[in-house]
Write a protein that binds this ligand. Structure first.
Ligand SMILES: *Cc1c(COP(=O)(O)O)cnc(C)c1O
Length: 397
């Protein structure tokens, strides 16, 4: 289930993106982490144990489901769904948190910390920490705590301490800053589980590696079912972990790769989460990548109807894939994602996460272009978590 890890060049650069732009005190910790990660992925025992947990606890391999009705799938194109929604806790995030928490245990770390926005990564981290019996603290902005009471209670039930972050706007980017500050103070015994393919090296490569199981499984399943590779692979892009995880297996193949960002309510500042499509290169959360910033280099707030795409940055490897044109990136607005959620749920009997619905909407909108093609979609998560938004927006569910 594991593939060779393609490391970025010296000091964690993917082309001109990535790196390690952090306070001096964190450099030794990142080096320790890099060494431990390289050591672990080369170790059969670690890989075997991780694969067992992914299988027995999370339910991997997740199935590949043929979409039968969506957008006339039966006649106009073939659409295969990689069912990450069927993972334990309902999304791909658990692939990464199980990997990182097992690495923490191997390193002898005694405490887990994480940041969370809407709470999905916090729940996935608290779940993995519970499984391995490690105490866990999750930093969460006060705004997000107020909006996401259910996930806050889930984390507490799982034994995690939820630490309110009052600084800044009290949202995800402030929670990341606070988690980094905690890590600086407690670096000897604490492991920071980062939630997407972002941050300073080695996080982007480590998170992509733990998510690469998605693409490795899907490629094999697709070949078995269709006797050929997909023509197009599609995934939504927030920080970029599920997309990197499914794209990675196809990088060297003649396969079109499409990443879909949050178009929000429009292209103006503060209205979207399209770091690649509408941002510019800058340094944010420890690495150089495309980010949403103003003329002074200050971060501009992102917006998306889906919490998972509501982030003003993106993993550096995606920036390199965009500039080298290996991956195409598009953006889809809130309204289209909402409409796609309703249509897809009725057609397929699967309620997708609002994040995933952006990728589904793009496929629907590109139907003419995709006629006759075989498409593989990363169905990154289930939409039960979004019911309140769907109800308040009057979606037909
Ligand atoms: C968090 C999340 C995302 C976005 O994160 P990536 O790192 O870009 O994958 C997408 N889909 C679901 C269901 C999520 O929970």
């Amino acid at each position: 289930m594991t593939s060779p890890v393609r490391m970025p060049a010296e000091r964690g650069f993917f082309g001109s993106f990535g790196g390690r732009y952090v306070p001096e005190v964190l450099i030794p910790a990142l080096e320790e982490l890099e060494n431990a990660f390289n050591d672990a992925v080369a170790d059969k025992v670690f890989n075997g144990a991780l694969n067992t947990v992914l299988a027995d606890y999370s339910g991997r391999p997740t199935p590949l489901t043929t979409a039968m009705r969506f957008a006339g799938a039966r006649t106009s194109f073939v659409l295969e769904l990689k069912r990450e929604d069927l993972n334990h806790t309902g999304a791909h995030k658990i692939n990464n948190t199980l990997g990182q928490v097992m690495l923490a245990a191997r390193m002898g770390k005694e405490r887990i910390i994480a940041e969370t926005g809407a709470g999905q990564h916090g729940v996935a981290t608290a779940t993995a920490a519970a499984l391995f019996g490690l105490p866990c603290a999750v930093f969460m902005g006060v705004e997000d705590i107020a909006r996401q009471a259910l996930n806050v209670e889930r984390m507490r039930l799982l034994g995690a301490e939820v630490i309110p972050v009052e600084s800044g706007a009290g949202t995800l980017k402030d929670a990341v800053n606070e988690a980094m500050r905690d890590w600086v103070r407690n670096v000897a015994d604490t492991f920071y589980v980062l939630g997407s393919a972002v941050g300073p090296h080695p996080y982007p490569v480590m998170v992509r590696h733990f998510q690469s199981v998605i693409g490795i499984e899907a490629k094999k399943q697709f070949l078995e079912k269709h006797g050929q590779l997909p023509d197009v692979v599609v995934a939504c892009v927030g920080g970029g972990s599920n997309a990197a995880g499914i794209f990675y297996a196809f990088l060297d193949d003649p396969v079109r790769l499409a990443g879909i960002e949050a178009g929000g309510t429009g292209d103006g500042p503060g209205r979207h989460g399209s770091s690649l499509g509408l941002g510019s290169p800058g340094i944010f959360h420890g690495s150089l990548s495309y980010i949403l910033q103003d003329d002074d280099g200050q971060i501009v707030t992102a917006h998306s109807i889906s919490a998972g795409l509501d982030y003003p940055g993106v993993g550096p490897e995606h920036s390199s894939w965009m500039t080298s044109r290996r991956v195409e990136y598009f953006r889809v607005r809130d309204e289209s994602a909402l409409a796609a959620t309703s249509a897809f749920t009725r057609d397929e009997g699967i309620l997708p996460a609002l994040e995933t619905a952006h990728a589904i909407a793009w496929i629907g909108e590109s139907a003419a272009d995709l006629a006759g093609r075989k498409i593989l979609l990363c169905l990154s998560g289930r939409g039960d978590k979004d019911m309140e938004i769907l109800i308040s927006r009057g979606a037909q569910v």
